[in-house]
Design a protein around this ligand. Structure first.
Ligand code: TRP
Length: 334
């Protein structure tokens, strides 16, 4: 990879089944970044051990995340697409950073407090130091930009603090990373039930997954909440109708959107027709991605090659950073 470009790093949890919100919020950012930056995109399989110690489904979940990201346009020849557990240097940096992370700040982390509440019986040290492992992922490549959502801001701030402490104690080695997106966070991907955004955990019937079959997509879209239509020309749209227009803006042509806007404003809109159109446009958008995902999942040799190739690239940068880290820390006496 060229060393002129800025370095981008992000991690993707292997929780399986990406949805439309992930596509427009995150993956599209990655796909665009691969042209402009030196990118390291990692499947965070070690992080998943903090909450899912049972690894029976891990392999399939890792494969699925890789396949979904590749099917959406991430190119393993352009970026380093790799698995966290394949890069042992991560664990080493994690150990060093743990000496610079304080119990108090770790306990105050929002995601930690949430997880303690959700699973009080499994409050393990890995869970407490989750942000330290994440910092190791990022700092290992001396990355400057980290495309993540708002929920990860606190982890990123902690990564900056750990880098800063390292640099003060041992010398300037680790750049402080910042969150960066192309403004895709502003794109709204509302859920189909008129409340909130599409989400992995809440109401799966109101979320469109890239793995959904055509008929499932149609059924979910047709169930979206509407009413008996506007009663006065040009009246403002209720939230749940605005949502349907917002979803259309993601996948439909301008003509289609304009037609329904006009129909709405003249009170002649038929929501049944609008949803049928949206359903077909969603099918046309999702079906090709879904079939690419399935083809990739069926080709284990290809996935193996992708992971090997990604790990090789990631190791080059990890090794270079760790040489500097050990040198700076004075661990170079053998
Ligand atoms: N914690 C992130 C999430 O929940 C995943 C992640 C792991 C990550 N390592 C990372 C994100 C490094 C950015 C950079 O989504």
């Amino acid at each position: 990879m060229s060393n002129k470009k800025e370095i981008v790093m992000s991690g993707i949890r292997p929780t399986g089944f990406l949805h439309l919100g992930n596509y427009f919020g995150a993956i599209r950012n990655y796909v665009r970044m691969q042209e402009d930056f030196d990118c390291y995109f990692m499947v965070a399989d070690l992080h998943s051990l903090t909450t899912h110690p049972d690894t029976k489904e891990l392999k399939l979940n890792v494969h699925r995340v890789l396949a979904e990201n590749i099917a959406c346009g991430l190119d393993p020849d352009k970026v380093a697409l790799y698995c966290q557990s394949h890069i042992y240097e991560t664990s080493e940096l994690y150990l060093y950073l743990n000496m610079l992370a304080y119990k108090g700040e770790l306990e105050k982390t929002t995601t930690f407090k949430d997880k303690v509440r959700q699973s009080p019986d499994n409050v393990n040290a890995g869970l407490l130091t989750y942000p330290v492992l994440q910092a190791a992922d990022i700092l290992l490549h001396r990355a400057k930009f980290v495309p993540v959502g708002k929920d990860q801001e606190q982890h990123l701030e902690m990564a900056r603090n750990f880098a800063n402490r390292f640099n003060h104690r041992y010398g300037d080695v680790l750049p402080e990373p910042i969150a960066f997106n192309y403004g895709n966070n502003l794109i709204k991907v509302p859920s189909l039930d008129g409340t909130g955004k599409m989400s992995k955990s809440e109401n799966q019937n109101a979320t469109l997954y890239l793995a959904d079959e055509d008929e499932v997509i149609r059924k979910k879209v047709m169930k979206a909440k509407t009413d008996s239509g506007p009663t006065e020309p040009g009246m403002p749209k209720p939230d749940y109708i605005e949502n349907i227009f917002d979803l259309m803006k993601l996948v439909s042509t301008e003509e289609v959107i304009n037609k329904f806007e006009t129909d709405y404003n003249s009170c002649t809109i038929r929501y049944g027709d609008m949803k049928k159109q949206l359903a077909e446009d969603m099918v046309n958008f999702i079906a090709p991605i879904r079939s690419r995902v399935n083809a990739i999942l069926n080709d284990e040799a290809y996935l193996q090659k992708v992971m090997e190739q990604g790990a090789e690239k990631a190791r080059v940068s990890a090794k270079a950073t760790m040489n500097r880290v050990r040198e700076a820390m004075g661990l170079n006496y053998f």
